[in-house]
Design a protein around this ligand. Structure first.
Ligand code: 13P
Ligand code: 13P
Ligand code: MG
Ligand code: MG
Length: 382
């Protein structure tokens, strides 16, 4: 039987007014471009949306992962949008477009991608999560809860089909050449947590059921690894299959009820709570945040998408949002102090090193300089 592939490819190609939302005209350009992709039989179906300032292309096709035609369609769509965004002087036009020409795959060119290929079950409910103002490691916590925490997922205890556990493919995103390890829960869950707790370094790439059935796929693309400097956060996406031997949709969503702390937010340099929101609130405002995640539910049916359902647009998540905003208020009072502001090492690719460089020469051995007479060697003192 033919296998269906879901490809979610995203990029920030410019936003209103600042890093807030993708303008409507860019969404229209993207829809038109993907419609042409359907007409040319490159993809079967699509849904275009935005997670704050990130343009999200959700596509289905029968061509498998890393397919050049599908990736080129996404790339060309981003290029068309970028061209218009530049013409209209939209803020940060072409932010995530880090290459001049397409070279076979969007990987390493700026956009992020998560893909998953499977033989459709009798019924195929999926959720696509899309976050803004954070990084791929933001999904470590909810995905571990979904697939390895019986206090989140009742099925791990009471459904025999989940009882054998799940395999996590974890990526070390600090290495130049992609480096992966496969680990099994529950057997290795303490060791899995030893890695996943380091969210800036180890991120879940894929999750499989013990018998090899694929169930989750996450984008792990790091922009600064490509650009060599801070150009924006890596605002990640995740595709999750639910039900019939996998965590139920309610168990998948339950994993987002704690607004856990993630890095990102203002200038990609702060810690803040990840707030699940409906599409109408998919817009990062206060201090460019707080970091947000949207969740769209679809049924995949013979290679087509039925839906979406706006999963977090529900009163059931009001308490999570309320808690998130209380945390926001508390954290903001720390101003430039850690741990609200990220640790020095995580600021390596931001603009902070440029601020500090001029003071480098002024650090002296205090013992050999009379107290209060440390010489000012800065340019402004000359
Ligand atoms: P984005 O990564 O969403 O573009 O945000 C960048 C930023 O610096 C926000 O303050
Ligand atoms: P500006 O330098 O345009 O103010 O950008 C700050 C920022 O948000 C970094 O992404
Ligand atoms: Mg942006
Ligand atoms: Mg963004």
């Amino acid at each position: 039987m033919v296998e269906t592939t879901i490809s979610v490819i995203k990029a920030d190609i410019g936003s209103l007014a600042g890093h807030v939302v993708v303008p409507d005209f860019i969404l229209d350009i993207a829809r038109k471009s993907l419609k042409e992709g359907v007409e040319k039989k490159i993809i079967n179906d699509f849904h275009v949306t935005n997670a704050g300032d990130d343009l999200e292309l959700i596509m289905t096709h029968f061509k498998g992962e890393n397919n050049e035609e599908v990736h080129k369609l996404a790339w060309d769509t981003f290029m068309k949008g970028t061209e218009k965004a530049r013409e209209m002087k939209i803020y940060a036009a072409g932010q995530d477009i880090l290459a001049d020409t397409f070279s076979g795959n969007v990987k390493g060119m700026g956009p992020g991608s998560a893909e998953m290929t499977f033989e459709e079950r009798k019924s195929e409910p999926i959720a696509v999560f899309m976050a803004d103002k954070t990084e791929p490691g933001a999904y470590n916590f909810p995905l571990f809860r979904m697939y390895a925490d019986p206090f989140n997922t009742a099925g791990l205890v009471i459904d025999p089909n989940l009882h054998d556990g799940f395999r996590f493919v974890i990526q070390d995103i600090k290495t130049d050449i992609p480096s992966f390890i496969e680990m099994k829960c529950p057997e290795e869950s303490y060791d899995v947590l030893a890695l996943l707790g380091s969210t800036g370094r180890y991120t879940i790439k894929k999750v499989y059921r013990a018998d090899g059935m694929v169930t989750a796929s996450v984008s792990t693309d790091k922009l600064h690894n490509i650009a060599g400097k801070y150009v924006g956060k890596d605002d990640p996406v995740a595709i999750i299959r639910a039900h019939s031997g996998l965590p139920a949709m309610g168990e998948v969503l339950e994993a987002f009820t704690l607004p856990h702390l993630v890095s990102g937010w203002m200038r990609g340099s702060h810690i803040g709570p990840l707030m699940p929101v409906g599409l109408k609130d998919s817009r990062c405002t206060r201090f460019d945040g707080p970091p947000r995640v949207i969740g769209l539910g679809f049924q995949v049916s013979n290679g087509m998408l039925i839906g979406p359902i706006d999963m977090f647009e529900d009163v059931a998540f009001d308490i999570t949002r309320q808690r998130a905003m209380e945390i926001v208020d508390y954290l903001r009072r720390h101003g430039p102090f850690m741990p609200h502001r990220l640790h020095d090492q995580d600021m390596e690719y931001t603009t902070l090193p440029d601020v500090l460089v001029k003071y480098e020469k002024r650090f002296v051995d205090y013992e050999v300089v009379p107290k209060g007479k440390v010489k000012d060697t800065s340019d402004s003192a000359k």
